[in-house]
Ligand binder design. Structure first.
Ligand code: SF4
Length: 415
């Protein structure tokens, strides 16, 4: 039976000229919210062969449910299988790939030729997308992978927009590029800091982000250079919301957001902002203007300073974070709307962080947002509460405008 595509999305997705918006989904709930907030495709991790061993990785049952949910919106699900495999990883790979194919996964994202070749041989319905872990940066390397039969290459994050346009001009292949999220301070995928410091292999999903730890500098004979002044080696996060026309016109086919370990609030907020920017551009490219509200939205979820990575220039010292990070997101995720009664104006909220009457909150969803102050608060039986204290607790409050299930509620921090 054909899966129904929601009427509001018909004709909006997967047009050739409109880039795909590809979102991270660390678990099934994040997958559903990413798709609901406008992702055309999501990438997830399974129980094996992925690079986020700490993410809440999907079972095959969860994958099937995610694929079915995404299909209702016309969206696809990809699975990251992008480790560099050792001999002991070979056994079980064929069965794993066949299971992914049977679960309806549209593509795997792979780096190791073992996984690329095996998938093409045993699971022909699974597209194979070359992972950014291969650090592909030039059109002849892209041509090589096209000749191998791959329909898509995820470029290394170190590629400029000019280089991407040149790749697109030379090779007829889908190009996916990271447009938002954390960057490695070393060359993508070629870092062993985590391996050395914690014995956790960053190329097998174990990176513990050692570059963001705080260090002090000891010089032989001198001792500590400045014990007060600790430093980090982390990079600023990538954000291209202010450069949509340049990004679209470079020919990138898939705009990828980083962050399978990030929160539900982060995923929904970032996807929502890029969805609006892309759709606004395609409504009328000539009159497109950046809406400052999209930037504001992104900043509500950003907890590190932002930059444009390698797209316009090679990052310099100002693109790294050497001092203790002082940018805290100004809002915190407070809850999700489960239900709304238009007759009374009361909403049922599932609590995700502490909030209480008198606090400033914002509701937002794919259709817009509004602020209000929390008024009377009750539990789901109508008993008054002086705070929503418990994770996942169902509480009720009156909203100043109608809300919908899957809308989110955030609170201003320190208010
Ligand atoms: S430690 Fe930092 S630079 Fe190295 S792989 Fe992890 S995030 Fe990237």
């Amino acid at each position: 039976m054909a899966t129904e595509v929601l009427p509001r999305l018909k004709g909006k997705r997967h047009r050739l000229e409109r880039p795909e918006l590809l979102a991270p989904a660390g678990n099934l709930e994040k997958l559903k919210y990413a798709v609901h907030y406008g992702a055309d495709a999501v990438y997830i991790g399974g129980q094996k062969y992925g690079l986020r061993s700490n993410a809440d990785n999907f079972t095959f049952d969860e994958m099937r449910e995610g694929v079915e949910f995404a299909a209702r919106y016309g969206a696809k699900v990809f699975v990251a299988t992008n480790i560099y495999a050792h001999n002991e990883d070979i056994e079980g790979l064929e069965d794993y790939l066949r299971e992914l194919e049977a679960a309806g996964i549209a593509a795997i994202i792979a780096a190791d030729p073992l996984i690329v070749e095996t998938a093409m041989r045993v699971s022909p319905k699974l597209e194979v997308h070359l992972s950014t872990q291969q650090s592909t940066l030039n059109w002849q390397a892209v041509q090589f992978w096209k000749n191998e039969g791959l329909p898509r290459v995820v470029l290394g994050r170190e590629t400029s927009l000019e280089q991407i346009a040149e790749i697109k001009a030379n090779v007829d292949i889908e190009i996916e590029a990271f447009i938002h999220g954390a960057m490695c301070s070393s060359f993508s995928g070629r870092c062993v800091l985590s391996n050395h410091f914690t014995d956790r292999d960053s190329n097998r999903g174990g990176c513990c982000q050692s570059c963001r730890w705080k260090y002090d500098l000891h010089v032989p004979e001198q001792g500590a250079v400045d014990e007060e002044d600790l430093f980090t080696m982390g990079s600023k996060d990538l954000c291209m919301i202010e450069h949509m026309p340049a990004l679209i016109e470079s020919g990138v086919d898939s705009f990828k957001i980083e962050g399978r370990m990030k929160s539900l609030h982060y995923v929904a907020t970032v996807v929502n902002a890029y969805r609006q920017a892309i759709d606004t551009y395609f409504e009328n490219p000539d009159s497109y203007e950046l809406n400052p509200a999209w930037v504001e939205e992104i900043n509500k979820a950003a907890n590190r300073p932002l930059n444009t990575g390698f797209f316009f220039d090679t990052p310099g010292a100002e693109d790294h974070i050497y001092e203790a990070e002082d940018k805290a997101a100004p809002y915190d995720f407070a809850g999700v709307v489960m239900d709304y009664d238009p007759a009374t104006g009361w909403a049922t909220i599932q609590q995700r962080n502490h909030f209480k009457p008198g606090q400033e909150i914002e509701f937002f969803g794919p259709e817009g947002f509004f602020k209000q102050i929390v008024g009377e608060l009750t539990d789901d039986q109508g008993e008054p509460l002086n705070a929503a204290r418990h994770p996942l607790q169902l509480v009720r409050l009156r909203t100043e405008h109608p809300v919908r299930p899957m809308d989110m509620m955030r609170k201003r921090i320190n208010k």
